[in-house]
Design a protein around this ligand. Structure first.
Ligand SMILES: [Zn+2]
Length: 131
């Protein structure tokens, strides 16, 4: 039985957490990906596609909230938490294209470097995280 949260690491609103902030986050993302194994137990190659922001995504459609509602929510959160304390849902996530070395598996992994979370593999059958 796995404790991996649903869709962990597979979507902009369900990123894998690799805390470290701007100082160590990028290095921790690479560490996480280098520990990832495909269902055949092979390591992966990866390249950073870019970063995406869940709030920008929400404004572009989906969710059902209007742009004004989302802007209001963000400014409320900014007042409450301050720029450096914003919860994960307001943070940009980094997006990586991931391809295993056995050649049979590829996926896209989303990671958030601003908040701690479970040290679990992405939520796809057979994928694991080694120590
Ligand atoms: Zn594979």
């Amino acid at each position: 039985m796995s404790a991996t949260p649903k869709n962990y690491g597979l979507g902009i609103t369900t990123p894998a957490f690799v805390p470290g902030g701007t100082a160590e986050g990028a290095a921790n993302e690479k560490k996480y990906l280098s520990r990832l194994r495909c269902p055949n137990g092979k390591p992966v190659k990866f390249s950073r596609r870019g970063s995406e922001n869940p709030m920008v995504q929400a404004m572009m459609g989906g969710g059902g909230e209007s742009k004004e509602e989302i802007m209001a929510e963000i400014s409320e959160a900014l007042k409450k938490y301050g720029p450096s304390g914003m919860p994960a849902k307001y943070r940009s996530v980094d997006v990586y294209d991931v391809k295993c070395t056995c050649g049979e598996h590829e996926t896209t992994v989303y990671m958030n470097m601003y908040e701690a979370g479970p040290d679990e593999p992405i939520d796809l059958p057979g994928w694991t995280l080694v120590d």
